[in-house]
Structures are given as structure tokens and as C-alpha cells.
Design a protein around this ligand. Structure first.
Ligand code: AMP
Length: 361
């Protein structure tokens, strides 16, 4: 296990905004970044020193990429596991391939959390309408959500179902061959915790953010989150436990439902920087992107102390058109735009960190 010193090149799989902000943080620490993405003109490509545009299954391109970098990491975990193993034979891959294998599949992910002793929603796998009907009985629920096993994000590939609905109709409509069916959690709040784990096994956990979603897409993340201290402790401890159990080097973002009495239920995790951690860019001594680069390169982790209150607001689709207003109206609004040329409905175009309660000279 080696430390990757400044001056080296970090290979990042994925070219989205997470890769872009990671590359900017890498540059601050003196690293170069090589992005691997199938997308032309990707957000990360604008700030990287090198870009490979190729498919995630192109072994020749993957091999050349792996040989041109000192370490490989991911801003997007849905690359076929064979491709990840292929890279790992040539160059250190952090987080490890097993972590990606678990996190890219909802059943494996939930089973893993449950095996670590962390509460999840009740769930089962269904393959047809009859099994969906039976699932209500076996789980003992009256409402639930059908979710695609892989490649689901931003509420895509999800469908809510109530007991007594026309299961055949719903099943046909989803087009799923196989899906996970989860009992619906009547939560009070949603929070997320981002934990960083270094090469030496040291762990640091960012303060939990309180998240709201609109149409299945993250809308706002707020810190401090309005939760009981014991809820915060439980969420941070669960994220820490998962990071250790995965033996992860890098970041792990874990989303939880908070129940009325204050306990937490695991929803999902991502082994990379996360949208709900964007507040750290303007609210913490070390941002999630700085911490990500430090962890992946085997550097000491930075302080995750929060110095300001922050409301992070995503700019989704046409929200982007207000950028001038946002800049003009509030000098404490820190605007981050991702350089995406085309505005599309539901597309994450940028975010704003509304900073308050900061110490000013
Ligand atoms: P996911 O992509 O699994 O994070 O789901 C997106 C959003 O759907 C979550 O942030 C919740 O707001 C909602 N959701 C997902 N699963 C459940 C569940 N089992 N019970 C209640 N709400 C859920």
C-alpha cells in the first residue's frame, strides 16, 4: 500500500460534476488528473490534464488508461466489475473492487448493511407480478417501493406501490425483469453522512446533513441538521462501521431515514463524493473533495470541523437560468456551476451554498 505523492496523476473513472470538483481539489494539492468517460465534452474534462473518451468495457482503452496513472478512483461506480478488476491488476484501485461490487447493486448493498448489524427497510427480490403480490404479505407491509437493482439514481427506476394496486399493470409498466421491493419507511427526516477512510485505516466523519428531495432528486442539504445528538451519533457510528467492514480507502456516503423516535434506517450508500456533501466546500475546513483526494492518495485526512451554517441548493434543469439573480442578490451565496452546455429537465447543472453564521473579521 503506497502513498501517492503530489505531482502524481490520479485516474478518475467518470466525467461528471463529482469528477470535476474532485479534479479541482486534486489540482490544489498538486496532482494531475486523467478522466476516463464515454462522454464527449464532459464537465470533468474541462479541468483535467488528460481525458480518455471510451466505453467502460473497452479493455484496450482501460489498459492504456491504467498504465498512464498512479492510482485509479471513481466518481461513478456503475462500471462493470470485470473492468474494475482489470484496472486493479495494473494499478492501485481505491476504493477496492469489492466495495464497488457491493455498492453498485441494491440487494448486495442492503444485505451487506444488514450483515453489519445496521437496520434497513424490509426488502425482497421480485421477478413478476405474482411475486410482487406475495411480497406485501411476506414483508407485512401495505406500501412499498419497487426499485431497479442496478444503475438507479436520482429516483430513476423506482415505482411506489400500494397493497391492492393492479400488480400486473404496474409490473408491465416498469419493464423490470427483476427488482428489489422495499417496505415504505414513514420517516421524519432524511440525513446523510460522509465518512472518509485513509490508507492507514483512520476514519473521519463529516457532520450529518439534512436532505430534502423533490421528484426523487436531492433538492437541499442543510447543516446543522435538526436531529437529536443520539441520532447523529448513531448515523456516524453506522457509517464508520460500514467503511471499516468494506475496508474502504476513499469516501463512503451513506443515506439514512430518521424515524420519529430518533433511530436511523439505512437507505443506500455510495463509495465516492456525494451531492449531499457539497455543503462542505464552503462550510468545512476540509471539503469532501479535498478529503477524497487525501484518502485516495494516502495522505493524512484533514479536519472536518464545520465553520459555518450552510444550505446547499441544487440547481436542477432550468433553475440554472437564475444564476445571475442568485449572484446579484446574496453575496453569501457561493455559486458552483458544472459547465454543462445543455439545460435538461432533471439535470444537475450546479449548486449554491448559502452560507450563514460564519465568523467575519
Ligand atoms: P433512493 O434512490 O433509493 O435513495 O430513493 C430516492 C428517494 O426516494 C429517497 O431519498 C426517499 O426520499 C425515497 N425512498 C426511497 N426508498 C424509500 C423507502 N423504502 N421508504 C420511503 N421512502 C423511500
Amino acid at each position: 500500500m503506497t502513498m501517492i505523492p503530489p505531482g502524481s496523476t490520479i485516474g478518475i473513472i467518470g466525467g461528471g460534476q463529482l469528477g470535476r470538483m474532485s479534479a479541482l481539489a486534486a489540482a490544489e494539492l498538486g496532482y494531475k488528473v486523467h478522466i476516463y468517460t464515454p462522454e464527449i465534452d464532459s464537465p470533468a474534462s474541462h479541468v483535467a490534464s488528460k481525458v480518455t473518451v471510451a466505453s467502460y468495457t473497452d479493455e484496450k482503452a482501460l489498459k492504456a488508461f491504467a498504465r498512464s496513472v498512479d492510482v485509479v478512483t471513481f466518481e461513478f461506480e456503475n462500471i462493470p466489475v470485470e473492468g474494475i478488476k482489470f484496472l486493479a491488476d495494473i494499478v492501485p484501485v481505491r476504493p477496492n473492487p469489492r466495495t464497488l461490487y457491493i455498492a453498485q447493486h441494491r440487494k448486495r448493498e442492503k444485505e451487506f448493511a444488514a450483515s453489519a448489524g445496521i437496520q434497513t427497510a424490509p426488502f425482497t427480490i421480485v421477478k413478476n407480478a405474482k411475486e410482487l403480490e406475495a411480497a406485501f404479505r411476506s414483508l407485512g407491509v401495505v406500501r412499498g417501493i419497487l426499485k431497479t437493482l442496478e444503475m438507479g439514481y436520482d429516483g430513476k427506476g423506482q415505482r411506489r406501490v400500494n397493497q391492492g394496486d393492479d400488480y400486473a399493470d404496474i409490473w408491465a409498466d416498469t419493464g423490470f425483469e427483476e427488482a428489489i421491493f422495499e417496505g415504505f419507511i414513514e420517516f421524519e427526516k432524511e440525513i446523510s453522512v460522509i465518512v472518509a477512510r485513509g490508507l492507514d485505516g483512520n476514519v473521519s466523519t463529516f457532520p450529518p446533513a439534512e436532505n430534502t428531495h423533490v421528484n426523487g432528486i436531492l433538492d437541499t442539504s442543510k447543516v446543522p441538521s435538526r436531529i437529536a445528538e443520539r441520532t447523529s451519533v448513531a448515523a456516524r457510528a453506522a457509517a464508520h462501521k460500514l467503511a471499516d467492514a468494506l475496508d474502504i480507502v476513499g469516501l463512503l456516503a451513506v443515506e439514512f431515514f430518521v424515524l420519529k423516535e430518533g433511530s436511523v434506517v439505512f437507505n443506500e450508500m455510495a463509495p465516492r463524493p456525494h451531492n449531499s456533501g457539497h455543503w462542505t466546500m464552503d462550510g468545512c475546513v476540509t471539503s469532501q473533495f479535498d478529503q477524497f483526494i487525501r484518502a485516495v492518495c494516502g495522505l493524512p485526512l484533514g479536519s472536518v470541523r464545520r465553520h459555518s451554517d450552510v444550505v446547499m441548493k441544487n440547481l436542477i434543469g432550468h433553475d440554472y437560468n437564475n444564476w445571475q439573480d442568485i449572484l446579484a442578490k446574496d453575496p453569501h451565496a457561493k455559486v458552483h456551476l458544472y459547465g454543462k452546455r445543455e439545460v435538461r429537465e432533471g439535470r444537475k447543472m450546479g449548486h449554491v451554498n448559502y452560507v450563514s453564521n460564519l465568523t467575519l473579521d
